[in-house]
Design a protein around this ligand. Structure first.
Ligand code: ATP
Ligand code: MG
Ligand code: FE
Length: 336
């Protein structure tokens, strides 16, 4: 079984060929980061235009690298939400066109399911499992009760973790996206500022990162006003410690309430070294039987291979769309 998968929800145009949901034959990722850097974030109009320019090349490269032709394909899959409407529409239109022209079934995929199913490239998943979904737009604890069945048990009430990284990174003079560089600086410093750990220890599984972001910005601005220079490494380390402490504590709380044998960490922020280290250490002492599954760094960010992995599950269920498929920018899992 071969799936041609499309991903264009934000600022990466990606097309992949995935075999049986677990083997990546190709995964072409055209990033637009350099076009958005000077604006400090993704500009929707610029993103759509790039997707249009890149998508045909991505399809051709994905087929060529996988050494397959349209005739070999079983189905076409595409991210239809959540994301930027203009970006999503380019992938949806391209996928519909290929499906129609080559008489292939069309599989609509939720981008968040894709992030979680990137873990399938590491090892087989065991249900029910818990996923910590941490990305640029989402921070959620998700129970995956069975293949393709998702329920949110906790989520951020304001900013996403990746968004907070990008916003405080800007204050440190780091270009978008800032997560990777803040992570690097954090390993060179110490938690000397003790920023707030919002909602930690509360009897719910929700998160809040906007207070932390404000505390960080206020600290830096106050120092600026009195002509003091703060240590960038310590600022990064203090911010990261606050984010990671809450993510780890809430995940441990979720594991106490929802026994599972696997924990998946998904989304762009799953690349974070501090998070990987702290989560692994906490599991070793509190839940030694829980197996943590984290995709390799190149598969934590947006890519079409993860969409192919999630589509394999939907193909088995014959969950197909027709030519009326539309982008759903605010698509979300249901709250448990
Ligand atoms: P969503 O998936 O919610 O729609 P998105 O697709 O924009 O949002 P991703 O591409 O999954 O998000 O992740 C991008 C985010 O990951 C950015 O905010 C980036 O700063 C962050 N990020 C990447 N690497 C790291 C890292 N090492 N540490 C922390 N954050 C990181
Ligand atoms: Mg991105
Ligand atoms: Fe994403």
């Amino acid at each position: 079984e071969l799936i041609l998968a499309f991903e264009s929800s934000c600022d990466e145009t990606s097309v992949a060929v995935v075999e049986n949901g677990v083997t990546i034959l190709s995964n072409i990722i055209a990033t637009q980061i350099n076009s958005h850097k000077r604006f400090g974030g993704v500009v929707p109009e610029v993103a759509s235009r790039h997707h249009v320019e890149q998508i045909t090349d991505c399809i051709n490269l994905a087929l060529a690298e996988a050494k397959v032709s349209y005739a070999d394909l079983t189905a076409v899959a595409v991210t239809y939400g959540p994301g930027l409407v203009g970006s999503l529409l380019i992938g949806v239109t391209a996928a519909k066109t290929v499906a129609y022209a080559h008489h292939l079934p069309l599989i609509p995929v939720n981008h968040m399911a894709g992030h979680i199913y990137a873990a399938r490239f590491v090892k087989p998943l065991v249900y029910p499992l818990l996923a910590l979904m941490v990305s640029g737009g989402h921070t959620e604890l998700v129970m995956v009760t069975a293949p393709g069945e998702f329920a949110i048990i906790g989520e951020t009430r304001d900013d996403a973790a990746g968004e907070a990284y990008d916003k405080i990174g800007r204050v440190l003079g780091i270009t978008y996206p800032a997560g990777k560089e803040v992570d690097r600086l954090a390993h060179l410093g110490q938690d000397t500022f003790h920023f707030p750990r919002a909602m930690d220890g509360e009897a719910n599984l929700d998160f809040s990162f906007s207070g932390l972001k404000s505390a960080f910005i206020n600290t830096v601005h106050h120092a600026d006003q009195i002509g003091e220079t703060l240590d960038r490494n310590d600022l990064a380390a203090s911010f990261q410690a606050a984010v990671v402490d809450v993510l780890v504590d809430k995940t441990m709380q979720a594991l106490r309430e929802h026994p599972v044998s696997q924990l998946v960490i998904a989304g762009g922020v799953a690349a974070n070294q501090g998070l990987r280290e702290a989560m692994t250490a906490a599991l070793a002492t509190q839940f030694p039987a829980v197996d943590v599954v984290i995709p390799p760094v190149r598969l934590t960010g947006d890519n079409a291979a993860m969409i192919g992995a999630a589509a394999h599950i939907e193909l088995a269920k014959q969950h197909f769309a027709d030519e009326t498929l539309n982008a759903v920018p605010n698509l979300n899992f249901a709250r448990a």
